[in-house]
Design a protein around this ligand. Structure first.
Ligand code: VG1
Ligand code: CO
Length: 549
């Protein structure tokens, strides 16, 4: 415990980088970019300069365990110590899932936290790394803060770092780094306790004991230890219910992206004749989830709607929901549930940070995005394992298969056919000009016919935060039809290579006789219209999307 004697603060001269603007979910770049001399240091110093925390403040620090997590952790600790942070709560071995970090920030009342993750993006030396800053409410830093960090990063001339030996965070308990205390905590404990307070663990234990089976794919990412502790140890799911449960720095060589393509082993299991009752997967940092039944895929938009409609079956939500929210491109399935429940439904821009104010103000209880993100007011991040437990609790209460529950939901509320087509690795200039061209045309679209549909309105989504009045503009181009169908286009803010164009298409189908249709077929006319109006093939040279969800 003689860190003070061995350490001294050094001020290092640096030159600013101009590419440190945080995107939809923090600063995300190739590992090679983060490894440039001073790159990480500059950004972290910009964060501390912008936060301007009182001396002695406490923060939470941890990540998804990907390649470069360990090295980055030491750099951040030493810069934090040199900037007057008093206490850093670090997940053991530098591990904290994104929702667990949010939970710890809230439970321990720290001034915020730093999460090391590039989410579902690939890991390894050739892969991606990322750094996210969370506020004292446990949620992603609002745009005002991330923009201020970016502005600071462009003028930074020096950073402060403590010359001190590394603190290896492999043992629980406190040690010192200069004048800062480094407290190594169990990354799972607080989170598991929170889950136990929301869901009926006794009923779930009985359900598993009576033979209910699940396959949970942790994708060699951060949720392995969380899922083994909660699903296998506390709830008694048979050993082996969690697959790919050992976190690896390169996620086993595949992107830790819980979709039908990357979670293919899980998909194979769920397609077998002896498939378990329920399948699920989470992403690299544990905030996304994919839900499967036997030979049945639940779209994230439908999942949010089903959770909202069945929330009172779950102890933590038994009193009902205050309201719900979804990101703009997410299907309107949850809107119908909200309408029937007589509660407000908010439409926000893409990215979890926009839900924070609504959650803090007590206006909403549940929220979600089409990109496999679902969450509630229990933390301020989307939460993959929470969504899995929510589904398990509903399944245990209703004792029906996943598919039956979703089909019944469609019968009650109607079905929202929904798809997202991603065009990845585009020339950024071509992608921008495609959107500019379409933006110019939007005003002329009303009244135009596409098959039986008529365009009601074409516009660009902007959002005025109902709590603080903050304005977010340029949040996606929309073509809205009179019957409620929609075409949406926007550029991704999380990619690290070229531009990714996302095309979202939705149509409402009230007629149960048509609910069995294949999604791509049901939406074929609208997809063709979207391609024609935006000239994607001609302007990008792409004849097909890179990914269809
Ligand atoms: C994507 C998703 C968005 C999500 C974001 C972060 O952003 O579309 O819904 O909030 O990723 O998710 P974009 O800008 O690429 O469309 V995660 O799991 O990276 O924190
Ligand atoms: Co994620």
């Amino acid at each position: 415990m003689n860190g003070i004697a061995q350490s001294r603060v050094r001020t290092v001269a640096t030159t600013p980088f101009d590419d440190q603007r945080p995107g939809t979910s923090g600063l995300r770049k190739k590992v090679a970019v983060f490894r440039q001399p001073h790159y990480l240091e500059n950004f972290v110093q910009s964060v501390f300069d912008t936060l301007a925390l009182p001396p002695g403040s406490a923060l939470v620090l941890g990540g998804d365990g990907r390649y470069y997590n360990r090295e980055a952790l030491q750099v951040i600790l030493k810069i934090a110590a040199a900037n007057g942070i008093g206490r850093m709560l670090v997940g053991r071995n530098g591990i904290l899932s994104t929702p667990a970090a949010s939970c710890v920030i809230r439970k321990r009342g720290t001034s915020g936290g730093i999460i090391l993750s590039a989410s579902h993006n690939p890991g390894g030396p050739q892969g991606d790394f990322g750094i996210k800053v969370n506020a004292a409410n446990g949620g992603p830093a609002p745009s005002t803060l991330t923009e201020a960090i970016y502005a600071r990063s462009r003028t930074l001339q020096t950073y402060r770092v403590l010359d001190a030996p590394d603190v290896v965070p492999d043992q629980f308990g406190a040690s010192v780094m200069g004048e800062m205390t480094v407290e190594v905590i169990d990354p799972v404990a607080d989170y598991a306790a929170l889950m136990e307070s929301l869901f009926d663990f006794a009923v779930l234990r009985t359900h598993f004991a009576s033979g209910f089976r699940l396959c949970y794919d942790a994708m060699h990412a951060v949720t392995g230890p969380y899922a083994k502790e909660i699903l296998e140890r506390r709830l008694g799911a048979p050993a082996g219910s969690v697959i790919h449960g050992e976190p690896r720095a390169d996620f086993g060589g595949e992107p830790p992206d819980p979709n039908l393509v990357h979670a293919h082993e899980l998909v194979d299991v769920m397609n077998r004749s002896d498939a378990p009752d329920f399948g699920a997967a989470c992403d690299g940092d544990g905030d996304r989830n994919m839900i499967l039944g036997r030979r049945f895929f639940v779209t994230p938009s439908d999942s949010l709607a089903v959770l909202a409609a069945n929330a009172t079956l779950v102890p933590g939500y038994a009193v009902g929901l205050k309201g719900v929210a979804r990101s703009m491109p997410t299907s309107r399935a949850v809107d119908r549930v909200a309408q029937q429940l007589g509660i407000p439904c908010y439409e926000t821009p893409t990215g979890w940070k926009y839900f924070g104010n609504l959650l803090d103000a007590g206006r909403i209880t549940l929220c979600g995005e089409e990109s496999f993100g679902t969450g509630s007011d229990h933390v301020r991040e989307k939460d993959g394992l929470w969504a899995v437990l929510f589904w398990l609790n509903i399944l245990a209460a209703r004792r029906q298969p996943v598919e039956t529950i979703v089909r019944e939901h469609w019968r009650t509320y109607g079905r929202h056919f929904y798809t997202r087509h991603d065009y990845e690795g585009l020339d950024p200039v071509a992608a921008e000009s495609l959107l500019n061209k379409l933006r110019e045309r939007l005003g002329r679209l009303p009244g135009q016919r596409i098959g039986n549909r008529r365009v009601r309105e074409g516009n660009e989504f902007q959002y005025t935060d109902p709590v603080d009045g903050g304005l977010a503009s340029g949040q996606g181009l929309r073509i809205l039809f009179e019957d409620g169908a929609r075409i949406v286009l926007r550029l991704s803010g999380t990619g690290t290579e070229g531009a990714t164009l996302r095309l979202y298409v939705e149509a409402f189908e009230p007629d149960p006789a048509r609910h069995h249709l294949d999604t791509q077929e049901a939406l074929a006319e609208l997809i063709a219209a979207a391609l024609a109006l935006s000239e994607i093939p001609g302007r990008t040279g792409r004849r097909a999307p890179s990914v269809i969800t």
